[in-house]
Design a protein around this ligand. Structure first.
Ligand code: S3P
Length: 173
């Protein structure tokens, strides 16, 4: 199983969908799976039950998906590898984890246009505040992202190239 990890806005879900439509690889997006199982959006879960509850179910559903091993591609949420024993689970299940690395300026640009459905950043007012937030947050999270089996700097890459690069890396083992 290929597991895509990376910060919010790094393209995990889009790349998973691309691999599905262009290479017929089956895929699951962990956030979509959680929304479907809980019958609530991620924002509603954060609002109504809080982040601690979200992290708990995120861990349970990740375990469930890894155990079932039904999908060829799994895209995680930006925080998934950084909580509970999730990063150990990825190692234990010996998945091909891929960190899609995107630079700070690009993340800020993308996320500022697209922050409304993301509970951790929806209240940040200016682009420069968002950039400061992401800089600090990434600094803490990179430790976990860097444990991925493969790291691809995708900042300047088109989606098709990203997909090819992932498949190349995984098949060259
Ligand atoms: C989160 C990222 C989100 C979602 C939740 C928390 C995070 O997923 O899981 O809002 O902690 O970075 P995306 O990376 O798909 O936006």
């Amino acid at each position: 199983m290929i597991v895509l990890i990376g910060y919010m806005g790094s393209g995990k879900s889009s790349v998973a969908q691309y691999l599905n439509s262009n290479y017929s690889l089956s895929y699951c997006d962990l956030d979509d799976y959680i929304e479907n199982e809980e019958q609530k959006s991620i924002s509603e879960i954060f609002e109504q039950k809080g982040e601690i509850y979200f992290r708990k179910i995120e861990n349970l559903y990740l375990k469930e998906l890894l155990t079932q091993n039904r999908y060829q591609i799994l895209s995680l949420g930006g925080g998934t590898p950084c909580y509970a024993n999730n990063s150990d689970l990825l190692k234990k299940f010996e998945v091909d984890s891929v960190y899609l690395k995107v630079d700070l300026d690009m993340l800020t640009y993308r996320l500022f246009q697209n922050k409304q459905d993301r509970p951790l950043i929806c209240n940040v007012e200016s682009e420069s505040q968002l950039k400061d937030f992401i800089r600090k947050h990434l600094f803490e999270r990179e430790f976990y992202y860097r444990q991925a089996r493969y790291i691809i700097n995708v900042t300047e890459m088109q989606i098709g190239e990203i997909a090819k690069s992932i498949l190349n890396k995984v098949s060259s083992e």
